[in-house]
Design a protein around this ligand. Structure first.
Ligand code: HEC
Length: 147
């Protein structure tokens, strides 16, 4: 995608459709529930390898904010995943200003599924972040959206 530094006129949903299409042609074989849930709910945007799409969807692999063991940073991470996010981000010197949907909030995933998903993500693609606990997830749900 060679549109990085130009004004972006393509709609996010168009990119999602394109990303989802490329995902559906590659065969997705999950070896754990967490991986299967990630593939189903996150990979269309953040990609199966967690690298995202520069300028559109931030990487989750090699992203210090996403793979931190610090309790406060984990709370922010969880609140973004549960309630969605639209505030703009900079990851590895690249700006993002898209819209992350409220994946964990719409009732598609229960808490135990969501935990498996985020802990799969945090222990994949070279990251060895510690597991997030049920209590941390409950606290983030109660705290609500970041905005
Ligand atoms: C429809 C596309 C889409 C889907 C699906 C999606 N995201 Fe996102 N995500 C985004 C966008 C766009 C942003 C950046 C938002 C911004 O710039 O304000 C983002 C941001 C994030 C962030 C913040 C990253 C940081 O550096 O702080 C995390 C964490 C995240 N997503 C995790 C997930 C997880 C986990 C899933 C699956 C449960 C998921 N996303 C599903 C589009 C998506």
């Amino acid at each position: 995608m060679k549109i990085l530094n130009k004004k972006i006129s393509i709609t996010t949903s168009g990119v999602v459709a394109a990303a989802a299409l490329s995902l559906s042609v590659s065969s997705v074989q999950a070896s754990s529930l967490g991986e299967g849930l990630y593939m189903q709910h996150c990979a269309a945007c953040h990609q199966p390898n967690g690298k995202g799409i520069p300028g559109f969807f931030p990487p989750l692999a090699d992203n210090d904010r996403v793979n931190s063991d610090d309790p406060e940073t984990i709370q922010k991470y969880l609140r973004r995943v549960i309630f969605g996010y639209h505030g703009g981000l900079i990851v590895n010197n690249q700006m993002y200003s898209g819209r992350m949907p409220p994946i964990g909030y719409v009732g598609r995933l229960n808490d135990s599924e969501l935990l498996k998903l985020v802990n799969y993500q945090r222990s994949s693609w070279g990251s060895k972040a510690r597991d997030i606990t049920f209590d941390e997830l409950t606290k983030a749900r109660q705290a609500g959206s970041l905005k």
